[in-house]
Design a protein around this ligand. Structure first.
Ligand code: NAD
Ligand code: SER
Length: 318
């Protein structure tokens, strides 16, 4: 990867992926793009270009202007936002992705990363240790787009030889950028509320166990998959990847070790039904065998790091 374009780079994952890619590949080689007009303050030295992924012409201009050879395609609408506007979710997640794949073939891009999600699964699957090879029955439009995108990416890989790679990310937890409208967002919000108000009203049930991952593992895993030898990969756009699994009540107990007065209450909304259709834990043996994936952060390490980082930042701002 010599010249990298990131779409949706101002989102939760894009922000921290950008920082790591700038550090690793040189900021001058990283083009940061998002639909948002305002040029962000912290670009990690990279170059910002406004890009709506539905604007194929502009996408092509940017690929040519910056001689891009690799793309991390992070622009998407997430599960909860997608349920509020399913048509737009389909449009952005599918048509934006097809635009990129078409241009990838036309301009012979070297590698493309297209993230998938635990939302590919749905009712009737084994909820524990959900296997790599399993029936995909998404219950949200977001999940529908992720299943379809996996299939389309694998099709472009087979038909045109385009090197496309992707991970079925669990819920991602991070301290730098707030999540963008997903069902797992509670696991980030809870830290802000615990530090600011010592209480949190959770929109999922106390025992809604879901697969989760800390951002540093997510970013490292993403880059490691992109750097893996293609010959070792038995899957392409649809690798299971896992780190930890926990419920809101288990996370609350962990937070109480640092903030003993913290109180959590439960007021489940429409997102609980989505969460109940997703796995509790995932089998990621294929990733561990094929490209040596290994997570570093468990619930304890993650909670410690989140509390330290957010306490420092939120206290400084007050
Ligand atoms: P996010 O919502 O935080 O960021 C998405 C970014 O895309 C935003 O900055 C938004 O402005 C941008 N965007 C939206 N529409 C656009 C358009 N038409 N053109 C260009 N940019 C547009 O999402 P994220 O959490 O950073 O997720 C990145 C990817 O990872 C997505 O594909 C998402 O489905 C996937 N994923 C995320 C999680 C998670 O927990 N964060 C879990 C599973 C999968
Ligand atoms: N964190 C994401 C969501 O909840 C999972 O894809 O939508």
């Amino acid at each position: 990867m010599k010249k990298i374009l990131i779409t949706g780079a101002l989102g939760q994952i894009g922000t921290e992926l950008t920082a790591s890619l700038c550090q690793k590949y040189g900021a001058e080689n990283v083009i940061i793009s998002d639909i948002r007009d305002e040029v962000p303050e912290n670009l990690s030295g990279g170059i910002y270009e406004q890009l709506d992924i539905l604007n194929k012409e502009k996408m092509e201009d940017l690929l040519l202007k910056h001689k891009i050879d690799s793309v991390f395609h992070m622009a998407a609408l997430l599960s909860a936002t997608g349920e509020k506007n399913p048509q737009m979710c389909w449009d952005v997640n599918m048509n934006g992705t097809i635009n990129l794949l078409d241009l990838g073939v036309k301009h012979k891009l070297n590698k493309i990363f297209v993230p998938s999600s635990i939302a590919v699964w749905g009712n009737g699957i084994p909820l524990d240790d959900t296997p790599q090879e399993s029936v995909l029955r998404p219950t949200t439009m977001y999940g529908v787009t992720k299943v379809a995108a996996e299939a389309v990416c694998n099709y472009y890989q087979q038909k045109f030889g385009l090197d496309i790679r992707g991970l079925r990310y669990p819920g991602i937890i991070s301290s730098e950028t707030l999540p963008g409208g997903g069902t797992t967002d509670y696991a980030v919000e809870i830290f802000y509320e615990a530090i600011k108000r010592s209480k949190y009203s959770c929109f999922l049930d106390a025992d809604a166990t879901l697969p989760m991952m800390y951002m540093s593992d997510c970013v490292r895993g993403t880059i490691e998959l992109m750097e893996a030898d293609l010959d070792n990969l038995n899957y392409h756009a649809d690798y299971n990847i896992a780190a930890v699994s926990f419920s809101p009540s288990e996370l609350a107990e962990e937070i109480k070790k640092y903030i003993p007065e913290f109180e959590i209450t439960y007021s489940p909304d429409y997102r609980q039904k989505i969460a109940a259709s997703w796995p509790r834990s995932i089998n990621d043996e294929a990733a561990r065998n094929d490209w040596a994936w290994s997570h570093e952060f468990g619930i304890e390490e993650m909670t410690k790091d989140m509390i330290e980082k957010l306490s420092a930042r939120l206290t400084t701002k007050v």
